[in-house]
Design a protein around this ligand. Structure first.
Ligand SMILES: [Fe+2]
Ligand SMILES: [Fe+2]
Length: 147
């Protein structure tokens, strides 16, 4: 069986220039896409994969911000926390009641994550990416995107 075409696909427009973050963001796109295309029976497992990803992803960014005294870290961390709160709430409900209602709610959550990511990346992650590149390489990132 061939895997379904991605609904949410990585594009180089998402690249921010700090390679470690870009790698994590590629994985974010893969995990959200896996949730979007999952069959009912595997939705909970794919959501658990996403939870594990998100905990590591948001934890890593928070750790970079704390370790480097990034200004205005709190607003970035608050946005991650709001996302995790919704994700964990849906996860708990889906696990308790794996029926059509919560399959639909889980798919809405996945849609919402796909909608949320570009703005978050552009606005908050890009500032952190610039900051980290300056710390690590002493200059602003130069991003090469395929046209
Ligand atoms: Fe991120
Ligand atoms: Fe972030």
């Amino acid at each position: 069986m061939s895997s379904p075409a991605p609904v949410f696909a990585w594009t180089d427009a998402f690249k921010l220039g700090y390679e470690r973050m870009d790698e994590t963001h590629r994985d974010f796109v893969l995990k959200v896409n896996a949730l979007l295309v999952a069959e009912d029976a595997s939705l909970l497992a794919r959501l658990d994969d996403f939870v594990a990803h998100a905990e590591a992803h948001f934890g890593e960014e928070a750790q970079w911000m704390t370790a480097t005294d990034f200004p205005a870290a709190q607003c970035h961390i608050d946005e991650h926390d709001a996302v995790m709160k919704s994700v964990l709430e849906v996860r708990g409900r889906l696990a308790a009641q794996p029926d059509a209602k919560y399959f639909a709610i889980t798919r809405s959550l996945a849609q919402e994550l796909m909608r949320w990511f570009p703005g978050h990346a552009d606005y908050l992650d890009s500032a952190l990416s610039h900051w980290m590149v300056k710390r690590v390489y002493g200059g602003a990132p130069i991003v090469f995107r395929r046209s």
